[in-house]
Design a protein around this ligand. Structure first.
Ligand SMILES: [Zn+2]
Length: 140
């Protein structure tokens, strides 16, 4: 199996609802995501997929929904209501806490299949760095 990896960086705010320590504060990170993609066969040019397409489709989704926005647990009414008072605030409601683990899983299981539909390529792993010291890795 041949796998290609495309890196996408973004900045976003979050808080980990119910966290025992400082992560329950509203704060942000400069994230790095590594999308691992594979295909049954290489194309006529010898590629899994043009890296540019991964950037356009996966990076484009991140840019529209997460970059320079706030990612909020959909049940975190306190933050949701507070941000609703800011006109035009970019807010993404995630069905779970916006931990590195859950963000990586959402990209792998929800965003990847949707955004790569029709390309013949599928994501097999997402590695998401939250800080230079910490990352989560989710694989199919
Ligand atoms: Zn954090």
């Amino acid at each position: 199996m041949t796998t290609v990896v495309r890196r996408v960086g973004f900045s976003a705010g979050h808080r980990v609802w119910g966290h025992e320590h400082e992560c329950s504060n509203v704060h942000g990170h400069n994230y790095e995501v590594y999308f691992h993609a594979t295909a049954e066969h290489l194309d006529d040019v010898g590629r899994v997929i043009d890296f540019r397409i991964l950037k356009q489709r996966l990076g484009g989704w991140i840019e529209r929904h997460w970059d320079h926005g706030f990612i909020c647990h959909e049940a975190d009414a306190e933050v949701r209501d507070a941000l609703a008072t800011i006109a035009g605030q970019k807010l993404f409601l995630l069905p779970g806490n916006p931990t590195a683990e859950n963000l990586a899983s959402y990209l792998l299981r929800e965003v990847g299949p949707r955004e790569l539909a029709g390309t013949g390529v599928r994501l097999v792993r997402v590695v998401l760095w939250e800080t230079p010291n910490c990352f989560a890795e989710v694989s199919l």
